[in-house]
Design a protein around this ligand. Structure first.
Ligand SMILES: [Zn+2]
Length: 264
């Protein structure tokens, strides 16, 4: 099993994370950094991720995160890739998702073979805090413009698009039955370079709101969905196991898809 969304948060030492992975039965974790100039208090520095990777190279796959607004950001990403970082993320900044500074990094990541794991939030109030990589509507042209770059969607602005009524439902975490024909189904089937990261409350909410639809969605997009937690618990795993999915579908989502993007 591979968990594609783990952060070495303050109290989570590398050894403690490894113990958690062992307890759940996870072989490898993508270890994500987080760099945002606007939130110096909540950064997860890439050096910290890299140090954890060096201590447990058989368990962690390290990602680098460099805020695209930093000086020479693409050069910094290139340096981390040369050191051994294998992905870019979590990319979570208050920019438009297609800001030229971010696009320079997407392009570089395509050249270097680094998947881009991107938090997409909602473009609307009530809280300016949520104005992150807005918005999902601007993602599709990027998928076409950077066909060599793998984009992995994550977060409320991404997962609410499971339902075709997302444009008229202003909730960050919508509830109730999913309306078929949502943006996610379409772009996941149309573009080979986009995947969905099921981690966090946003992924679980999108599935839980309509378990019947969720099962069909997971089967239909079995090659494009990735198991991740972001939270050191087994809520998503328990939910997925409770759906009685075909064994090979579950294996794709829990392991094979992540392993095909970044061979362990
Ligand atoms: Zn995260």
């Amino acid at each position: 099993m591979i968990d594609v969304h783990v952060h070495p948060f303050e109290k989570w030492t590398p050894a403690r994370i490894v113990k958690y992975l062992d307890d759940v039965g996870v072989d490898k974790a993508w270890l994500l950094a987080y760099d945002d100039k606007d939130r110096p208090e909540s950064l997860i520095q890439t050096w910290k991720v890299f140090k954890a990777y060096k201590a447990h190279p058989d368990r962690f796959i390290p990602f680098c995160s460099v805020d695209p607004r930093r000086l020479n950001a693409p050069e910094k990403v290139r340096k981390w890739a040369e050191k051994g970082c294998r992905g870019y993320g979590e990319h979570k900044v208050r920019l438009k998702i297609d800001d030229p500074r971010s696009k320079a990094i997407y392009k570089l990541c395509g050249e270097l073979g680094l998947p881009v794991l991107i938090h997409i939030d909602v473009p609307f109030p009530p809280k300016y805090d949520y104005w992150i990589n807005v918005d999902v509507k601007r993602l599709e042209p990027l998928l076409a413009e950077f066909p060599d770059t793998i984009f992995i969607g994550h977060g409320p602005g991404w997962w609410r698009e499971i339902s075709a009524d997302a444009d008229t439902d202003p909730a960050r975490y919508p509830s109730g039955k999913v309306v078929k024909g949502g943006l996610l189904d379409r772009i996941l089937s149309e573009y080979p370079n986009v995947y969905g990261d099921l981690s966090a409350g946003s992924g679980l909410n999108a599935l839980r709101r309509d378990p019947e639809f969720a099962k069909e969605f997971l089967v239909r997009n079995r090659k494009k969905l990735l198991y991740g937690t972001d939270s050191f618990d087994t809520m998503l795993l328990d939910f997925l196991r409770g759906l009685n999915l075909p064994k090979d579908v579950l294996e794709d989502i829990l392991h094979n898809n992540a392993a095909s993007i970044l061979p362990p």
